[in-house]
Design a protein around this ligand. Structure first.
Ligand code: 1HN
Length: 349
């Protein structure tokens, strides 16, 4: 006598096997994993010390040139997403080194890129015919399908953090890429042109903001830092963020990039933030000061200038500044906002 439950399970199993050959599968076995009450991500809290990355990058510098590598980058892989070149579910991050005299050859792709300069002054990137000089803390944009090449005419190695929407574009199957026929594209505009034209609270009279990416492509740290310093005098501290600003496209007021939200915040010495969580997994790069962040219940990052850490979706984060600290950060917030998916939880703060 077979037990009716066993008989039922065997019948179901046989059914699943049979329909599987027709590329059919029962929803009732996966529903609870597909639609979860809260975000449940393989993305884990993680942190990298710049000193460790720098040492590995200098070693890479002796093993391969920027030209041969095309981009000499070490990818920051989330420990929960190894082998996928992802720092979060839909964003990529890496640290790039350009040695004195090197050129990273011109190419373009549909993925958007941001550069956040970690160490070194005087390298340059050229974007669609305009060169900009890179200084520590500068936030620089490579819009989708823009020709870009990098070089370093300074006497010192230059390191920056790259953030790209590679996994997002991969998910959408929308990747295109081309190499330029020259290593360095021709310069067609003077240095500083975009900043003068779009970054002085002025716009060319007939400029039609097409949206998308900001026409300002270098947000120099000197100006950002000065703005934060002025604002601290008003002493309007947000309990969750200290003093946090969003980089914007001056022609639209929207995020500076279509797919990646970019932010900078000042936490004065001794400031402890209230627990905060949001659906946009966020990559943080402190550029000044030191402190610690507690992610989820028990992941503690002791960070200093140039370190990098990641807070997954819907994990609480609290920051404590030991010195005046400035944190750059980026996430997929513009995408979530456009799709009306973004949520945040400020607790009672
Ligand atoms: C890229 O074009 C750069 O232009 C950096 O510096 C990292 C990672 C994957 C694909 C393209 C760059 C990249 C990249």
């Amino acid at each position: 006598m077979t037990n009716p439950a066993t008989h039922r399970d065997a019948a179901r199993h046989a059914f699943y096997e049979r329909i599987s050959t027709q590329n059919l599968t029962p929803l009732w076995l996966s529903l609870a994993n597909l639609v979860t009450p809260e975000p449940r991500s393989p993305c884990q809290p993680a942190a990298w010390r710049f000193a460790d990355i720098r040492a590995a990058m200098m070693e890479a510098g002796g093993l391969i040139s920027a030209k041969e590598a095309e981009r000499r980058v070490l990818v920051l892989e989330n420990p929960g997403l190894r082998g996928q070149s992802k720092i979060t579910t839909d964003l990529y991050a890496g640290v790039q080194l350009v040695l004195p005299g090197e050129v990273a050859p011109a190419h373009r792709h549909t993925q958007s890129a941001l550069r956040f300069v970690l160490e070194g002054t005087g390298a340059h990137t050229t974007v669609n015919g305009e060169r900009t000089i890179m200084h520590e803390g500068d936030f620089i944009i490579t819009p989708p399908w823009a020709w870009h090449d990098h070089g370093n005419e300074s006497p010192d190695p230059v390191f920056w953090l790259d953030g790209l929407d590679i996994p997002l574009v991969q998910f959408l199957d929308a990747s295109f890429m081309q190499h330029h026929q020259e290593d360095e594209q021709p310069l067609t505009r003077p240095v500083g042109d975009a900043e003068a034209r779009f970054g002085a609270n002025l716009l060319p009279v007939d400029h039609k903001g097409k949206g998308g990416t900001s026409p300002v492509f270098n947000y120099p740290f000197a100006r950002t830092r000065e703005a934060l310093e002025h604002m601290r005098k008003a002493s309007e501290w947000d309990p969750c963020h200290g003093l946090k600003m969003r980089y914007t496209n001056p022609a639209t007021g929207q995020h500076a990039m279509a797919t990646i939200g970019t932010f900078v915040q000042l936490l004065p010495r001794g400031f402890v933030t209230a627990a905060y969580r949001a659906t946009d997994a966020t990559v943080f790069a402190p550029i000044e000061g030191k402190g610690r962040s507690i992610i989820g219940d028990d992941f503690v990052v002791e960070w200093q200038k140039r370190d990098i850490f990641v807070v997954p979706s819907w994990k609480h984060v609290r920051h404590e500044a030991e010195d005046d600290a400035v944190l750059f950060s980026f996430s997929d917030r513009p995408v979530q906002e456009a799709l009306h998916l973004f949520r945040e939880d400020r607790g009672n703060a």
